[in-house]
Design a protein around this ligand. Structure first.
Ligand code: HEC
Length: 148
């Protein structure tokens, strides 16, 4: 076996395993401060999106944001009030903020909900995202209804 062949095999394995690691995350293209195209092509469901936003193990948005959901007791104040966010931002703008808000502000404490963590995570979390692509679309569908 030539040196080149061995090198090619090593690179091949590395590329293949990095593909495997990101299999759970959908590809997306960032344009300015937006992700213009739906991650799934399937319209989001606002009812599911509201449940995901409230769910402490999913979006947990209320930990940091006030939202017009009076039946929930605790609303955080670290982030801006999301009432009326559907009037302030387009779905494309909301999509980038949910997928990876750190692309806009590297210091933000808002989690990147659909960005793959490749390094420094437990093996079982490698290549996984906090929220799935359709879950992101459902939350966008819900918060776009929050008009001022
Ligand atoms: C750990 C705290 C935290 C959590 C959890 C969190 N956010 Fe945020 N979010 C922030 C902060 C802080 C900002 C302000 C922007 C910044 O830090 O750059 C923000 C900004 C935003 C913005 C931009 C609003 C504007 O007016 O500029 C949207 C939209 C948003 N968050 C939606 C959500 C949704 C929806 C969820 C749940 C799926 C969520 N966030 C979860 C902290 C959080």
């Amino acid at each position: 076996m030539s040196y080149r062949l061995i090198l090619g095999a090593i690179v091949g394995v590395a590329v293949f395993s990095s593909l495997l690691a990101s299999s759970n995350a959908h590809d997306y293209i960032v344009v300015d401060d937006t992700i213009p195209v739906s991650l799934t092509g399937v319209p989001g469901d606002p009812v599911k999106g509201k449940k995901l936003s409230v769910n402490r193990k999913k979006g947990n948005c209320l930990a940091c944001h006030a939202m017009p959901i009076p039946e929930q007791q605790f609303h955080g104040e670290v982030g801006p009030d999301l009432s009326g966010v559907g009037s302030r931002m387009t779905q494309a703008e909301l999509r980038l903020r949910l997928v990876n808000s750190k692309a806009l502000n590297p210091d933000t404490i808002m989690p990147a909900f659909h960005k793959v963590a490749l390094n420094r995570v437990l093996k079982k979390f490698k290549g996984k995202t906090i929220l799935g692509a359709q879950e992101i679309e459902d939350i966008i569908a819900y918060i776009s209804t929050l008009k001022s």
